[in-house]
Design a protein around this ligand. Structure first.
Ligand code: FES
Length: 259
């Protein structure tokens, strides 16, 4: 159980305002809004972005890296690409000073949340842990998935994109086309069987460390391999330009409750 720690004098941060403080070895974003104080981890649950560096608007802070917004009062994730709350902490004002007590876990997943779990605080001076990145290029024939519905008609980019709408982000349950993850589709006749096509997909991820990457690649290949006129599927992961939330279609925004 943590104790309240004195972090600064009340007159050190304007209203509205924000700053970064260290509490028991962890970096905490501290906010002063409409006469009240709030504290959350300085960690975006999408990919570790520094929330204290973001834009504060009313009771929302926007991650400076990809734009996810969090409620500073609860830590709830309000918009994509974050789907999990960041940890909120207890704050009190006493003796003209602001005091913060760390909580051990988050308690407020936002409306976009689909996965359980709590954010992990970033220790002062420590690097944010990063999961292994997805492979940059994967290709080769893949067995068709059972029960996959295959749009009819000659294979073309529009049909490929329609097929890829079957592939959904496992945390957000939104398909990868509407999420804006498909940067390019290239078709070429197979050298061995000219009646079949070699399909190359340029795909991005919402972050370089997206843990769903390997699954999205495998599902993409599986969905396309269900077509009898596809001979080979290549998926290239492209991180430039980086994905941003404005790449999502209105359908994806509706699904995620983003307005
Ligand atoms: S790291 Fe915050 S939105 Fe990506």
């Amino acid at each position: 159980m943590h104790e309240f720690r004195r972090v600064l004098d009340v007159n050190e941060v304007p209203d509205p305002g924000k700053t970064l403080v260290e509490v028991d070895g962890e970096m905490v974003a501290l906010f002063h809004v409409e006469g009240a104080w709030y504290a959350i981890d300085d960690v975006c649950t999408h990919d570790g972005g520094p929330l204290a560096d973001g834009e504060l608007r009313d009771f929302r802070i926007a991650c400076p890296r990809h734009g996810a917004r969090f409620d500073i009062r609860t830590g709830a994730a309000l918009t994509m690409p974050a789907v999990r709350a960041t940890r909120a902490h207890d704050v009190k004002v006493e003796d003209a000073a602001v005091w913060v007590r760390l909580r051990s876990s988050s308690f407020a997943d936002g409306p976009a949340a689909h996965a359980a779990g709590s954010a992990t605080g970033r220790s002062a001076g420590a690097a944010t842990p990063t999961p292994a990145a997805a492979p940059l290029v994967t290709d080769g024939p893949v067995a068709a998935g059972a029960g996959t519905s295959v749009p009819a008609g000659p294979l073309c980019e529009d049909v490929v994109r329609e097929i890829l709408k079957e592939v959904k982000d496992p945390e957000l349950f939104v398909n990868i086309v509407d999420l804006g993850l498909i940067y390019g589709v290239t078709l070429a006749p197979s050298p061995d069987v000219p009646t079949r096509q070699h399909v190359s997909i340029d795909m991005t991820m919402t972050s370089p460390a997206c843990p769903a990457g390997p699954q999205l690649i495998a599902d993409t290949k599986r969905a396309l391999a269900a077509r009898p006129d596809v001979s080979q599927v290549e998926v290239r992961i492209v991180m430039d330009p980086p994905w941003t939330p404005d790449r999502m279609t209105d359908a994806a925004r509706d699904q995620l409750g983003i307005f």
